[in-house]
Design a protein around this ligand. Structure first.
Ligand code: AQP
Length: 332
């Protein structure tokens, strides 16, 4: 059994298809045979401005979507990051072990800060990957299921785990990213050169899981493809069609090769229509399950309360070892 850890931000009401296929789906699979910890990372969300009432609501909606997607509190530990204060505490320690230069090399910060502008960029946005290091190391995670955009942060986590272990004493498990090639980077439906993303995608390029299924079906049908008519897989020449094939494959369970054979002699429209139907068939029950959890906030809070208790038991043990190794005087 591996220890698995990952998180998702409650920065918008709805997850998008990239979040689901790139990360959450693997979370559901990995809970079966492993010791899995999953969290809604509200501390990360405030690296950009958040309205307090909306943040609270989005945190619940995010947890409900995770349960709607198939996380089972009997099989995994689901919690909210701010319920476990050890994240911020270990985050500080990690800040003091990370070089300014190495933190400055994080490409996600470069992208996000250029969008926020100099005035809007907080120090929190800069140190976000360092809090993420603490998130992972607190649980002694072996595997971190994420999309490709998070690979660099997990690599930095490995460096810091090794640094702490050699400077003080073996303390942390050195984690590995768990990234499935086929779904690691779901692209924007209107601009297949960029990843599907809450902040960068145009509304038509972003498939939000809580939108009316009809709205999403329409987005699949008007997805940008390429000149030509033959459905084939070619990331360079046909990035739009290749993205749709990867999404189809993930939702249908058929391999890309099988799909290319299946669509032989058919045009792009056939692929888009089938994909719209496939997505609708998946998303309707997902939405119904999510709604059930949202309609019972007491149950949702109970699940999150139990999750926080289980998470704290692990996190506090790691933190007290770290404090001891660093040389902090224990309170009497
Ligand atoms: N397009 C994507 N393809 C595959 N995986 C993706 N992930 C995000 N976008 C894609 C993965 O989803 C998990 C949770 O992501 P997050 O909470 O860190 O959100 P994010 O990366 O901030 O998501 P966005 O939409 O990209 O938000 P913005 O635009 O605000 O940056 C992660 O494992 C991530 O890899």
């Amino acid at each position: 059994r591996l220890r698995v850890l990952s998180g998702i931000q409650p920065t918008s009401g709805s997850f998008h298809l990239g979040n689901y296929l790139g990360a959450v789906r693997q979370w559901v699979d990995l809970q079966e045979a492993n010791d899995a910890f999953y969290m809604v990372v509200d501390l990360h969300a405030i690296t950009v401005p958040q309205d307090p009432a909306v943040l609270r609501e989005n945190t619940r909606i995010s947890a409900a979507q995770l349960l709607g997607a198939g996380l089972d509190p009997e099989r995994c530990t689901l919690f909210v990051q701010s319920h476990v204060p050890e994240h911020a505490q270990l985050g500080w320690v990690m800040n003091c072990l990370t070089g300014f230069g190495e933190a400055s090399r994080m490409t996600q910060f470069k992208d996000k800060s250029s969008k926020q502008g100099a005035e809007g960029t907080t120090v929190g946005l800069f140190t976000y990957p360092i809090l993420q290091i603490a998130d992972i190391l607190l649980y002694q995670a072996d595997a971190v299921p994420v999309g490709e955009d998070q690979r660099q942060h997990v690599e930095l986590t490995r460096d810091l785990a090794e640094r702490f272990n050699s400077r003080y004493a073996p303390t942390f498990t050195v984690p590995k990213p768990y990234i499935l090639k086929e779904t690691a980077k779901i692209q924007d439906l209107q601009d297949p050169a960029i990843k599907m993303s809450k902040s960068a995608s145009s509304p038509k390029g972003l498939v939000s899981l809580l939108d009316e299924p009809k709205v999403s079906a329409k987005k699949f049908k008007s997805a940008v493809t390429d000149t030509g008519t033959v459905v084939s897989y070619d990331e360079e020449e046909k990035p739009g069609v290749s993205n749709l094939l990867r999404i189809h494959s993930a939702l249908s369970g058929q391999s890309v090769e099988q799909l290319v054979a299946h669509f032989e002699g058919k045009m792009y429209g056939a692929l888009k229509t089938e994909l719209a139907e496939l997505f609708t068939a998946w998303v309707e029950p997902f939405q119904a399950r999510t709604r059930e959890f949202l309609d019972d906030p007491a149950e949702l809070d109970r699940v999150l309360g139990l999750g926080a208790e289980k998470a704290r038991a692990v996190a506090s043990e790691t933190l007290s070892t770290v404090y001891d190794r660093i040389g902090f005087l224990p309170p009497k």
